[in-house]
Ligand binder design. Structure first.
Ligand SMILES: Nc1ncnc2c1ncn2[C@@H]1O[C@H](COP(=O)(O)OP(=O)(O)OP(=O)(O)O)[C@@H](O)[C@H]1O
Length: 604
């Protein structure tokens, strides 16, 4: 028993470590990016299991050397180390998938590790102590339901196997010695018992339990990765949404009708809904997509949007914080399930063909999905192999990619040492790799310097011109102006406008921006007179912003040519002693800001 108790501590610390990478890869979305790059769930988990099992085997071999050198004859002498190794290997086979499975419950690798160490250690000690108590109080042949239930836990089976094996072999050694201690029971039943049998004092049932649970845990992981998505889709679509529709008829008919006051958005919706899908030549087709988070209260994150995006298009999804851009991205990349509606990529439905759709996309998530202890070169080589680039071409391919985003100087350094901007460059490089038909970039240039940003824009433009669809979200209007062939501004889960940047500027930009600057010591009356003057000479003008003598006006461009506006302002400069003024055409940013009203920014 003492051997088992000592082992529990070390073993708990060691095996719980198998959750570290799985939690990190899930939380950082590195796992999702690997799935998107063509890795199937079975390959992902089998390769993780194989690698961890090799590490576990090496550690066990080293432990055998320690047992040998410390004279633990009951576990090592006369080839007993092979029996011990079998116990350890079966433990590894069951505990590694068990750790993977439990890791799904955690969103932080440190918390997962600490809790797993505690669980393993406490369960191990508890089960051995319970076994001793039950044996001494109820006799050696008594059974306990609790101990039988604990057989689903690998550490219990391991503790019982190693304790019982050690006791059995130690008894045999003592019974075969010249001076048998008086307290030892050397009956035939004990000395001739087959230690692998299914008897209570043998280890057969524990070994079988470890072999079976290892397989079951692995199966559960696989089901979790494949079927859970379908189950979630079904539950949210047909049960939760069904109940929601019944209870909130008004909200559904008002907010989720999909109708829009904007003619471009409505035209796009009609184009998609009125034509048969085969006639639409869209690489990406979003059809009446809705996403509700069924929290308390429910959040209508995406409200019945329809959109088609064709080859060689770069589509920008703009919106205020919380508008639903990331949620839309997560649905499009198969990370989130849609509450209703569907997305088709190259005519494949994401709800029905998730695996095939994933292999057609590249994805740069909002937060870098990178593994800190790899270098840029290693991670790019890894993804190049996943995308199936021939081994002979990988070096050249990787060098070209590193060069295109100016990542060469950092290529052989660990990712944890990178600045935020360099991590972003690497995330973009990964999204642009391989042969995806559609590339999703969620705020791709956040934290990048202007030089790196231009380089990224060139690379993205080249990718678009090569026939790919690029879908981008960004808070930089300059970036959207430079990259997007079409864009939509999203507010509270709906498209408020849709079209090319120039179209939107023309449509919403029937105004000039006037910036008038007064001396700081100009008295209030003069400022008031100026405001009255502008209101008279430019009917319909609007004072947007006033700060420290600088006044920003929106002036209707209808009936006001450039010459007339400049003439009036030259006069005003003299009359009101203006320090300076400027007139400009509306920018994309100002179009965007027309939607940033308080009622659009407040929560539901
Ligand atoms: N897992 C979740 N559970 C509940 N509500 C959520 C969840 N994820 C997002 N939301 C809500 O859905 C709405 C849309 O969020 P989303 O992250 O898609 O916005 P966004 O446009 O990407 O914002 P940002 O520009 O800040 O990234 C928000 O109201 C947000 O609070």
């Amino acid at each position: 028993m003492q051997v088992a108790l000592n082992l529990f501590f070390g073993v708990s610390i060691f095996v719980s470590g198998f959750c570290l990478l799985t939690v990190t890869e899930r939380i950082t979305k590195a796992k999702h990016i690997q799935f998107v790059s063509g890795v199937s769930p079975i390959n992902f988990w089998l390769s993780a299991l194989l690698w961890d099992f090799i590490i576990f085997f090496i550690a066990c071999c080293l432990l055998m050397v320690v047992f040998l050198s410390s004279g633990l004859d009951a576990l090592t002498k006369n080839y007993r180390f092979l029996d011990t190794l079998v116990i350890f290997m079966l433990f590894g086979w069951s505990v590694i998938p068990f750790t993977y499975l439990i890791s799904f419950l955690f969103s932080s690798h440190t918390s997962a590790y600490i809790k797993l160490v505690m669980l393993n250690y406490c369960v191990g000690v508890f089960s051995v102590a319970m076994d001793v108590i039950i044996t001494t109080t109820s006799g050696p042949d008594s059974e306990s339901l609790l101990l039988n239930l604990l057989m689903v836990l690998p550490i219990h089976n391991f503790g019982m196997s190693i304790t019982k094996y050690y006791d059995n072999q130690e008894t045999k050694i003592l019974c075969s010695s010249a001076n048998v201690p008086a307290f030892i029971n050397c009956s035939k039943a004990i000395t001739q018992m087959n230690v692998y049998s299914l008897e209570r004092d043998a280890i057969g049932r524990f070994l079988i339990a470890m072999a079976v649970t290892g397989f079951v845990f692995f199966l559960l992981i696989f089901l979790l990765e494949t079927t859970l998505w379908k189950v979630r889709t079904f539950v949210f679509r047909y049960i939760f949404f069904g109940v929601y529709k019944k209870l909130n008829k008004d909200i559904v008919s008002k907010e989720l009708s999909g109708e829009s006051e904007d003619d471009d958005v409505q035209y796009e919706r009609n184009r998609i809904l009125e034509q048969p899908q085969e006639l639409l030549n869209d690489t990406v087709l979003i059809k009446e997509l809705t996403k509700i988070y069924f929290t308390c209260p429910a959040v209508l994150a995406v409200r019945n949007i329809s959109l088609g995006i064709q080859k060689e298009e770069c589509f920008g999804l703009l919106g205020l914080n919380g508008a639903g851009k990331t949620t839309t991205f997560e649905i499009l990349t198969g990370e989130e399930t849609a509450t209703s509606g569907d997305v088709f990529i190259e005519n494949l439905s994401i709800t029905k063909n998730l695996q095939e759709v994933r292999s057609k996309i590249g994805y740069c998530p909002q937060f870098d999905a990178l593994l800190d202890y790899m270098t840029a070169r290693e991670i790019i080589v890894m993804y190049a192999r996943l995308w199936g680039i021939p081994e002979t071409q990988i070096t050249q391919y990787v060098n070209e990619l590193l060069q295109s985003l100016n990542l060469e100087p950092y290529a052989d350094k660990f990712i944890y040492s990178y600045s935020g901007g360099n991590k972003r460059r690497l995330s973009n490089a990964i999204a642009l790799m391989g042969k995806p038909s559609v590339i999703f970039l969620d705020e791709p240039s956040t934290g990048m310097d202007p030089g790196a940003r231009r380089l990224l824009w060139n690379t993205v433009t080249r990718a678009r011109e090569s026939g790919k669809v690029i879908i981008i979200t960004s808070h930089s209007m300059e970036e959207c102006d430079a990259l997007c062939t079409r864009l939509a501004i999203m507010v509270k889960g709906k498209f408020m406008c849709l079209g090319s940047p120039q179209h939107l500027k023309n449509k919403f930009g029937n105004i000039y921006i006037l910036k008038a600057k007064f001396n700081m010591d100009t008295d209030e009356n003069k400022l008031e007179d100026f405001k009255k003057y502008i209101a008279t000479v430019f009917p319909g003008s609007e004072l947007k912003h006033e700060n420290q003598g600088i006044l920003n006006y929106y002036i209707p461009s209808k009936d006001n040519g450039w010459g007339k506006v400049f003439g009036i302002l030259e006069e005003a400069k003299e009359k009101f002693n203006l320090e300076d003024y400027s007139i400009s055409q509306i920018t994309l940013e100002q179009v965007f800001l027309t939607f940033a009203t308080p009622e659009n920014t407040e929560g539901d």
